[in-house]
Design a protein around this ligand. Structure first.
Ligand code: NAD
Ligand code: UD1
Length: 334
């Protein structure tokens, strides 16, 4: 299969590109480098021995997207391109709506023009909002996002569903990721956020590496076993493999399917932190602070549908996630 990856040089896109090439598929990448480096292409080549065709362009740019489709026989698209920082989306909501919605609309219109009928979309557990009980399953109502980023994911899911209703021969898989962490075992690619990280694992890794002084654990008074929040952390390589399963599924089914990609387990902030310290033999100073606005006590998947429909489940452990995240930081900051 020849697969177009929008946002393919980003964290999840680059790992998925590696798994796609390892599985014998071909990849074409479009990325505007707003949150990625061109050097990731070299690392993908180092890992796989294959250099995917790369277009530095914005997925909102119709002429550029048409050029990509006219120059390549694209069988399917995985749409990663998007802005993803929750806090930033509250400060600059219009930029989030413009980028995330416009890139999706331009992509769908271009796919229609070139007769491409298979799409895998990067959605998020954030679409379950604050009111559903855990574990989240795909049948639950997803009508209340809590921030503009989350709304873009809910809206894009709806846009894709409406498009599929009008085009019943189209196939879309809406993958709802839980908390991707970890990195490729080579240490060449991983999560490399600009500035001070918002997410837990990159923050822990930077404290361990001495770039940040200490971690603040946001609240230990939640109604959970150790008082800190529970999340469904999954290894990014497992997540990447889930996309290959989704492409296989989309090749033989039509319609729009939302599918959770998670482990089904809730892991607390302190469990993740202490696992990181133990498996890597490093020190991570931390303090307990107040709760962060908008955080839920629990967020984890019912992961049964992915196993039943995609024949996919996670294989890597929390230890693997911590080891590989640290390995990436060690190799990356040399
Ligand atoms: P990332 O920022 O590392 O990757 C996104 C890539 O898209 C970047 O390389 C960026 O340069 C590119 N991009 C953004 N807007 C673009 C545009 N208009 N045109 C072309 N390229 C553009 O993020 P990621 O963590 O790899 O996430 C990939 C997708 O998965 C995003 O849609 C994100 O919202 C979604 N997601 C991520 C997480 C997570 O925790 N990382 C969780 C749930 C969902
Ligand atoms: C956040 C986003 C979510 C997005 C996900 C991507 C919010 C409210 N939600 O989710 O929409 O899909 O990232 O991975 O931003 N923590 C600390 N100290 C820190 C950082 C985090 O204690 O310095 C805690 C948080 O309170 C939370 C857990 O670690 O309990 C995980 O946080 P984070 O990595 O930001 O992910 P989410 O909050 O699950």
């Amino acid at each position: 299969m020849n697969v177009l990856l929008t946002g393919g040089l980003g964290y999840i896109g680059s790992h998925t590109c590696v798994e796609l090439l390892n599985a014998g598929h071909r990849a074409v990448i479009v990325d505007n480098l707003c949150n990625a480096y061109g050097s990731v292409l070299d690392y993908i080549e180092q890992i796989t021995g294959i250099r995917p065709r790369f277009y530095e362009a914005d997925a909102q740019d119709r002429a550029a997207m048409e050029r990509i489709f006219s120059e390549n026989e694209i069988d399917a698209v995985i749409h990663f391109a998007g802005l993803k920082a929750v806090g930033e989306s509250c400060r600059i909501p219009l930029a989030y709506y413009r980028n995330n919605l416009d890139s999706t609309l331009t992509l769908l219109e271009t796919m229609e023009k070139y007769g491409c009928k298979r799409l895998v979309f990067s959605s998020s557990a954030t679409v379950y909002g604050p009111d559903n009980p855990v574990p989240y399953n795909e049948e639950m109502p997803c009508h209340v996002a809590t921030n503009p980023y989350g709304w873009t994911k809910a809206m894009i899911e709806q846009i894709i569903r409406d498009y599929v209703t009008a085009n019943p021969d189209f196939s879309a898989v809406l993958l709802r990721y839980f908390n991707p962490v970890g990195a490729h075992e080579s240490g060449l690619i991983g999560d490399d956020p600009n500035g001070i990280p918002n997410n837990l694992m990159p923050y822990i890794a930077r404290v361990a590496g001495g770039q940040l002084e200490k971690l603040t654990v946001f609240g230990n008074d939640y109604d959970t076993p150790d008082g800190t929040c529970l999340r469904d952390y999954l290894h990014v390589v497992d997540l990447a493999k889930g996309h290959i399963c989704a492409l296989d599924y989309a090749a033989v089914h039509t319609g729009a399917e939302a599918i959770n990609l998670g482990t089904g387990n809730g892991v607390s902030v302190l469990e993740l932190l202490h696992t990181f310290i133990r498996v890597n033999g490093v020190d991570v100073p931390y303090v307990i602070g107040g709760r962060r606005d908008g955080d839920l006590a629990r967020c984890y998947a019912n992961a049964e549908k992915a196993e039943r429909v995609l024949h996919w489940k996670t294989e890597k452990t929390v230890e693997d996630m911590c080891r590989d995240s640290w390995n990436f930081i060690v190799k990356h900051t040399k």
